[in-house]
Design a protein around this ligand. Sequence first.
Ligand SMILES: CC(C)(COP(=O)(O)OP(=O)(O)OC[C@H]1O[C@@H](n2cnc3c(N)ncnc32)[C@H](O)[C@@H]1OP(=O)(O)O)[C@@H](O)C(=O)NCCC(=O)NCCS
Length: 175
Amino acid sequence: MPEPNAGRLRGLRQEDVAACCAIAVRAWTPIHDILRKDYGEGLYRMALGGWEACKAAEVEDFCRRYPDNVVVSELRGEVVGFATFHVHAGGVIGVLGNNAVAPEHQGKGIGARQISHAVEELTRRGVRYIEVITGLDQGHAPALAMYEKLGFVQRRRTTLLYKEVGGDPTRTPRR
Ligand SMILES: CC(C)(COP(=O)(O)OP(=O)(O)OC[C@H]1O[C@@H](n2cnc3c(N)ncnc32)[C@H](O)[C@@H]1OP(=O)(O)O)[C@@H](O)C(=O)NCCC(=O)NCCS
């Protein structure tokens, strides 16, 4: 159950989009602090440097194109979280996408409430299963625990490997 001061859920308005993007960047920053250590600085910069702009663009693009597939949490007139979801081509599998809660409002039941809403909405749209991909790293532990608490079961575990093979170390990635 969300805490009494956890605000309410509502549909996305276009004026919420910037707030959703900002929340995404702030909520993913601690995850990236951990990824930076796991990757090592050099590889992190090449593989994930500039992630903030990519994440914000991804959230903005989704919100603009699919506003009916986004739910936001509002607390005292301010957007404090959001969740995106869609139905896979074919219509039988629903997919949870980017979702986050502003760091200062985490731990109040807001994230779980957003996901429960997305699950209900996808169920109403007729899907049979709902999938979500998350990391097995320490940064994603809260998300993994949230999904498992809500009844999601791990079906496949994957990992990502790198081998350093040379190349010009001064080259920077194009995003
Ligand atoms: C994942 C996230 C959305 C959870 O939001 P939240 O509002 O803090 O979560 P809730 O308060 O609803 O907690 C729901 C459950 O998640 C788990 N959980 C939440 N925070 C946790 C933490 N820091 N450590 C371990 N488990 C945690 C718990 O099982 C919790 O249930 P409980 O309170 O009964 O123990 C939030 O941590 C976040 O924005 N993370 C960064 C972005 C992200 O990882 N998004 C998902 C990408 S796949």
